[in-house]
Ligand binder design. Structure first.
Ligand SMILES: *[C@@H]1O[C@H](CO)[C@@H](O)[C@H](O)[C@H]1NC(C)=O
Length: 342
C-alpha cells in the first residue's frame, strides 16, 4: 500500500514537472518567433482622401433648400473607406484658405458626379485641380479620381474650352467598356484587375453610366491639350450608338477620369439599372483599391490631431433615398452660421 502510494505520487510529480518544462518551452519558442515583417516603409498607411462637395442637397430640395447648402453622396465616402482610407470633405463654399489647409491634410482627391458646370463650384474644382498638378510637379505623389461630372469638368478645364462637351444619351444605363486596341493597362486603374474580369467588362454591363454629356474619342484626340494630357483606356456606347470616352488616364500624373460611377455598384440602390452582381461589386472594389493604393504613395503625413476636426466623422449622413432623392445617403454641409449673431 505504502509503496503503491509513493509510486503514484512520484509519477504525478514527474508528469507535473514535465508539463511545466513543456509550457516554458512553448512560451520561449513563442517569444523567439520572428516578428511580422515590417510593411514597405516608403508607403503611407494612413491615407486620407478629400472629396469635393457639390451644390445642393442631392435630393432636389427635399432635405434642404438652402442656396449655400452642398452635399457629398455617402457612396463616395464609403468607396474611399472600403479601401482603407479616411475622408475629409472639401466643402466648396468654404473660403479658399480653409480649402487649401484641408488639401494639405489629404493624400488624394475625388471629384464626384453631379450636374453643375459653372460659377463658384467650377472655379473651386479648377483651383483644386491646379493644386493637384502642382503637388505632383513638386514631387509629391497626389492622385485624383474624377468621376462622371468630374471627368467632364477636367475635359473643360484642360482643353480651356467650356463648350467642348458633346451630348450623349447615357442617363441611368449600365454599360460595357471597350478597351482601346493594344492599350497598356499596367499602372492604370485596370492594372491589377484579373484578366477574366477585364474580359467580362467588355461583354457584360458591369459599369453604371448616368450622364447627358461626354466627349467622343475623335474630339478628345483632335484637341492638343486633352490629347497630350490624357491617354484613352476605354470607350462606351450610348443608347443611340454614339461612342464616348469612358475611362482616361493622365500620361504624366496619377489622375484617372471615369465617365462611369464605380461607387454606385456597391452603395447605391435607387435605380434598378445599377449592376450589383458579384462581378460588378468586384469592379468597384478594384477601382477603390487602385485609387487608395495611389494615395498610399503620398508622403504627406500631417499630425493626427490636425485631422480630427476635419474628418467626415464630424458629420452624419441623411437617408435621402427614403425622402425620394436619387442617392441613398448624403452628407449635407451648410456654411457655418455668421458669428455676428454672437
Ligand atoms: C423645398 O422647397 C420645395 C418647393 O417649395 C418644397 O416642396 C420642399 O418641402 C422644401 N424642402 C424643405 C426641406 O423644406
Amino acid at each position: 500500500m505504502g509503496t503503491y502510494f509513493w509510486i503514484s505520487f512520484f509519477t504525478i510529480l514527474i508528469q507535473l514537472m514535465t508539463a511545466t518544462v513543456k509550457s516554458q518551452q512553448l512560451i520561449e519558442s513563442q517569444l523567439n518567433l520572428p516578428s511580422c515583417p515590417g510593411p514597405d516603409p516608403t508607403l503611407n498607411y494612413r491615407p486620407v482622401i478629400g472629396i469635393v462637395s457639390h451644390p445642393g442637397d442631392g435630393a432636389s430640395g427635399r432635405l434642404n433648400n438652402g442656396t449655400d447648402v452642398s452635399y457629398i453622396a455617402a457612396s463616395y465616402v464609403k468607396f474611399a473607406e472600403m479601401a482603407g482610407a479616411r475622408v475629409i470633405p472639401l466643402i466648396y463654399t468654404e473660403p479658399p484658405e480653409i480649402l487649401n489647409q484641408k488639401l494639405n491634410l489629404v493624400n488624394g482627391v475625388i471629384f464626384t458626379g453631379g450636374r453643375v458646370k459653372d460659377g463658384l463650384y467650377f472655379e473651386v474644382v479648377k483651383g483644386i485641380f491646379q493644386k493637384v498638378l502642382e503637388k505632383n510637379d513638386a514631387g509629391e505623389h497626389f492622385p485624383l479620381l474624377a468621376i462622371c461630372l468630374g471627368f467632364e469638368l477636367l475635359t473643360m478645364i484642360i482643353s480651356k474650352d467650356n463648350n467642348i462637351l458633346e451630348e450623349f444619351s447615357a442617363a441611368n444605363q449600365a454599360s460595357t467598356v471597350q478597351f482601346v486596341e493594344n492599350v497598356k493597362l499596367e499602372r492604370t486603374v485596370f492594372g491589377r484587375f484579373p484578366s477574366v474580369l477585364i474580359k467580362k467588362m467588355s461583354t457584360d454591363c458591369l459599369v453604371m453610366q448616368n450622364h447627358h454629356f461626354g466627349i467622343s474619342p475623335e474630339r478628345l484626340q483632335a484637341n492638343k491639350d486633352l490629347c497630350s494630357f490624357f491617354r484613352i483606356l476605354t470607350t462606351s456606347t450610348d443608347k443611340k450608338n454614339k461612342v464616348y470616352v469612358s475611362t482616361a488616364q493622365a500620361r504624366r500624373y496619377p489622375v484617372t477620369a471615369v465617365q462611369w460611377h464605380p461607387e454606385k455598384n456597391v452603395f447605391e440602390w435607387r435605380s434598378s439599372q445599377i449592376p450589383h452582381t458579384e462581378d460588378a461589386i468586384q469592379v468597384t472594389q478594384h477601382v477603390a483599391n487602385y485609387f487608395v493604393s495611389e494615395a498610399r504613395k503620398s508622403s504627406n503625413k500631417p499630425a493626427p490631431s490636425k485631422l480630427l476636426d476635419n474628418l467626415i466623422y464630424n458629420y452624419s449622413p441623411s437617408f435621402a433615398g427614403k425622402a425620394g432623392g436619387s442617392f441613398d445617403e448624403v452628407y449635407l454641409f451648410s456654411p457655418r452660421p455668421a458669428l455676428s449673431s454672437l
